[in-house]
Design a protein around this ligand. Structure first.
Ligand code: FES
Length: 176
């Protein structure tokens, strides 16, 4: 009789843990699915990027060290918006000039990895929402990055990372 009672409690405990686990899967799936970069993002690509076909206001996704890389040519309006910000008020204070190369301030190159928990922000493909500040928007927990990819709102602690890179010609960039 006592054994029956113990077995019944064990069954209830196991069932409760299983149900919690299933709930966890349901809750986590959308997050994991957003965190997994799509096949085109993961496709092999060189770290050399020809920027000549990127029009002002356009961004492309490339790959650097198996992670998404955003290469964006800013419009004059986007540059003006980035320069109009009071840098001292930013969570991660950096000017646009500090995040780009001299003579190429219109070319913004950042990792496409949200600094909160690593999702891929939106805004680098045609028609994707860019968020309140016109740069990138992370749909996982709502981080908004501005036109210099600086964090402006939401939980991300820092700006999108600018990797090491150099221009090897007027239009070709070598990242890394
Ligand atoms: Fe981007 Fe959380 S991973 S806001």
């Amino acid at each position: 009789m006592a054994d029956d009672g113990i077995r019944r409690r064990d069954f209830i405990n196991v069932a409760a843990v299983a149900a919690a686990g299933a709930g966890g899967v349901v809750v986590l799936y959308p997050l994991i699915s957003q965190m997994a970069p799509s096949a085109d993002v993961l496709a092999e690509s060189s770290t050399e990027i020809d920027t000549s076909t990127i029009q002002p206001g356009q961004a492309i996704k490339a790959v650097f060290r198996k992670q998404p890389l955003f290469v964006r040519r800013l419009t004059p309006q986007e540059i003006a918006a980035a320069n109009a910000v009071n840098v001292g008020s930013l969570r991660d204070p950096q000017t646009l000039q500090e995040r780009t190369k001299e003579g190429h301030e219109d070319m913004l190159i950042t990792m496409g990895v949200c600094t909160h928990l690593g999702c891929v922000p939106l805004g680098a493909a045609e028609g994707e929402v860019k968020g309140e500040f016109g740069g990138y928007f992370c749909p996982c927990h709502g981080s908004h990055y501005d036109t210099a990819a600086r964090i402006r709102k939401g939980p991300a602690p820092t700006n999108l990372e600018v990797p090491e890179y150099e221009f090897t010609s007027d239009t070709v960039v070598r990242v890394g």
